[in-house]
Design a protein around this ligand. Structure first.
Ligand SMILES: Cc1cc2nc3c(=O)[nH]c(=O)nc-3n(C[C@H](O)[C@H](O)[C@H](O)COP(=O)(O)O)c2cc1C
Length: 345
């Protein structure tokens, strides 16, 4: 789906490292490693995170594609080492002689990838699914997104995100008390957030084919973040109850320039950016690993039991919003490259 700004990631949650190879960047782009690391730090923060985030201090190492602080046009490789790997070396070993049952599990976690993943890839040990389905991989995606943001900065495009609701909480203070209550009960919470991109040119994306619509591309990029269950644009989620006379963003002239007084469309009309702020809203479901576990089935003997638990977040909505910023940045960087196909900056 990303035709020009392409990347692949690899790496398991407790493996040695997470890696990404990015292809398509023009040469001459300044790569600010401190900025990438500050984005990684943002992803690690947020009220309600689990113990893992205290172990890791994610920092990126660039092993190709950059010389003296600037891209040189070749593929860029990013690496984040997992500190926790020192405790998992044997369990995550690539060598057949190290095979062990330690940390294996067979009790599916409802809401996670365990059941469908075990059928799809024919795994008895659900560890084989957990390791890659874990949202740990969003760390390296955040690093890739930070590179995309550096590219967008060159075009004067910036972004931010806000948390809109967590459980019943509508303010920062309420978010914390909702998360505290859930944690105490061994439960988890999801929430709603928005991502806003400013200063986008008019006409990114297209109406001519369904797979070129920028809202479709962004929806795919955000919907595929682990635990995201709904994505909408502007006031789209309320579109069913607002008449056309109030929903559509009327156009006026100010000093010869077209202006709007509302942005219910969220900056996209006809699958294209319309020059208004891009406003993407998303809902993250509650974290599926619960300290008070749910009813499930043990795949080893097909008996009813309760689900596997291991160290987990209570709520990760703030981190999820940072990941969504990164994913959308990649989509927009790709669109900018499609309309400005230069090999150097
Ligand atoms: C930033 C972030 C952190 C997450 N942390 C956890 C976690 O600690 N424990 C957990 O069970 N799920 C966590 N999740 C959610 C699961 O990865 C996700 O629910 C699971 O992969 C199943 O995918 P699905 O919810 O999209 O169906 C996290 C998701 C994100 C985006």
């Amino acid at each position: 789906m990303l035709e020009k700004f392409r990347f692949l990631t690899a790496g398991e949650s407790h493996g040695k490292c997470l890696t990404a190879i990015i292809e398509g960047l023009p040469s001459g782009l300044e790569i600010d490693v401190d900025f990438i690391n500050s984005e990684l730090k943002r992803r690690q923060q947020g009220y309600g995170r689990g113990g893992r985030m205290q172990i890791e201090t994610d920092t990126v190492e660039i092993t190709s594609g950059v010389r003296f602080g600037k891209t040189i046009g070749s593929p860029l490789t990013l690496v984040i080492y997992n500190k926790d790997y020192e405790n998992w070396q044997k369990i995550m070993s690539v060598n057949p002689e190290d095979e062990t049952d330690e940390k294996s599990f067979t009790k599916y976690r409802p809401g996670h990838a365990d059941y469908a993943g075990s059928v799809k890839y024919n795994h008895k040990d659900l560890r084989n699914i957990l390791e890659r389905s874990s949202a740990r991989k969003t760390a390296i995606e955040t690093a890739v997104g930070a590179v995309a943001k550096l590219f967008l900065k060159h075009y004067g495009i910036s972004c931010r995100s806000n948390i809109l609701q967590i459980g019943a909480g509508l303010s920062e203070e309420d978010f914390h008390s909702e998360i505290d209550k859930a944690k105490e009960a061994g439960d988890t919470l999801g929430g709603k957030f928005e991502v806003i991109f400013e200063n986008l040119p008019v006409g990114l994306g297209s109406y001519v084919h369904w797979d070129r619509a920028i809202d479709g591309k962004i929806a795919q990029a955000v919907m595929s973040i682990p635990a995201v269950k709904s994505v909408s644009f502007g006031n789209g989620q309320h579109g069913y109850k607002i008449p056309g006379s109030k929903f559509h963003d009327e156009m006026f002239l100010e000093n010869g320039k077209i202006i709007r007084k509302t942005n219910n469309a969220g900056g996209v009309e006809g699958g294209m950016t319309n020059g208004e702020d891009l406003v993407v809203k998303a809902v993250m479901k509650p974290i599926p690993t619960l300290r008070t576990p749910l009813n499930t089935v043990d795949s080893s003997n097909m008996t009813e039991t309760t689900a596997h638990f291991e160290r987990s977040d209570t709520c990760a909505v703030e981190a999820c919003a940072v990941v969504a910023e990164a994913r959308i940045a990649c989509v927009i960087a790709n669109e900018i490259m499609l309309v400005n196909p230069g090999d150097y900056i």
